[in-house]
Design a protein around this ligand. Structure first.
Ligand SMILES: Cc1cc2nc3c(=O)[nH]c(=O)nc-3n(C[C@H](O)[C@H](O)[C@H](O)COP(=O)(O)O)c2cc1C
Length: 192
């Protein structure tokens, strides 16, 4: 796969074959991609919590919110939930004002997952206090993102944003998830 093909295949997936197990070692390999990614001032403040255990997965799941634009869908049903999670944390004792390391690490991890035939979704809508309590995460670590991972069960297709400018993703009657992306000409606002 070319980088473009990999990036295009790396969509946000929210329905999974929950019975497909993701081994702990696979999660470690994915986190290694985060470890190798860029970091502001090379401070490397990110820390990770892994979960591929069904009990821990269930605990994490209840503190996440899914697909805000799909008003009549409250998230994946039992049997279609993620097989694993990676929680991205920041060690507040070594944080840096230019905080975007977690986005870069998340993308590296998800590209790695895509390469392995897996998929996932970045979740920022997290009940952070509740998740911290549930997993007994020390105050020193700030919860930044949760990556939900699994073997995708849904089809996601990219569209071009129409003249009405609507960027909301939507699902059709066959359950296919459509994601509008702005055109290249719309996002390049200056050229030489
Ligand atoms: C920082 C960030 C936070 C996100 N948080 C959520 C979330 O809380 N819940 C969710 O279902 N999707 C979340 N997403 C996924 C976006 O909805 C998704 O990227 C967007 O719809 C475009 O789809 P695509 O990833 O397939 O291009 C998040 C994405 C990013 C980058």
């Amino acid at each position: 796969m070319t980088i473009k093909e990999l990036v295009a295949k790396n969509r946000s997936y929210r329905c999974f074959h929950q019975e497909v197990i993701i081994e702990y070692e696979i999660l470690r390999e994915l986190i290694d991609l985060g470890r190798l990614s860029a970091s502001a001032a090379n401070m490397q403040p990110l820390r990770y919590i892994l979960s591929c255990d069904s009990k821990k997965n269930a605990l994490i799941f209840q503190h996440l919110a899914w697909a805000m634009y799909l008003k009549d869908w409250s998230g994946p049903a039992e049997g279609e939930r993620p097989s694993a999670y990676i929680i991205i944390l920041e060690d507040t004792q070594i944080s840096h004002p230019l905080r975007c390391d977690h986005g870069i690490a998340a993308q590296s991890i998800l590209l790695g997952a895509t390469e392995k035939g897996l998929g996932g979704c970045i979740i920022g809508a997290i009940k952070k206090r509740e998740l911290r309590d549930a997993l007994k995460i020390p105050a020193r670590y700030e919860i930044l993102l949760v990556l939900a991972l699994g073997k995708p069960k849904e089809k996601v297709v990219l569209e071009t944003v129409g003249p009405d400018g609507d960027i909301k993703y939507w699902r059709d009657s066959k359950g296919i998830h459509h994601v509008p992306k702005r055109s290249l000409d719309d996002i390049i606002i200056g050229s030489s």
